[in-house]
Design a protein around this ligand. Sequence first.
Ligand SMILES: Cc1ncc(COP(=O)(O)O)c(C=O)c1O
Length: 104
Amino acid sequence: MHIGQFQHLISEKYGNPSAIHNLGQESRQAMDEARRGIAAVLGCLPLEVIFTSGATESNNLALKGIAGAYGSQGQHLITTAIEHKSILDPIQKLHKKKLLKDSL
Ligand SMILES: Cc1ncc(COP(=O)(O)O)c(C=O)c1O
């Protein structure tokens, strides 16, 4: 996507993609098209591409998702003490909920 396409999307296709009105449906189509393009580049299924509001939401989703999906295979995560708060806080919460045994 080039900058002109991006400007067009944020100025013209700003509807709620979950809404049934036209503006929302146009946003939905634009998002679905973007999702297919990203999936093609990454070599995954479009439904595996999840858009989030930013890094904090992405990190929470990834860490909690991994802990939930793979917890039966091991409850260990490797990270560093200098990680961003959006990594350290979810790990601390997973510890408190006993979904993680240890992290390095
Ligand atoms: C490494 C890192 N992770 C996460 C964040 C949080 O990003 P966001 O504001 O998109 O949630 C930042 C923000 O500076 C960051 O530098």
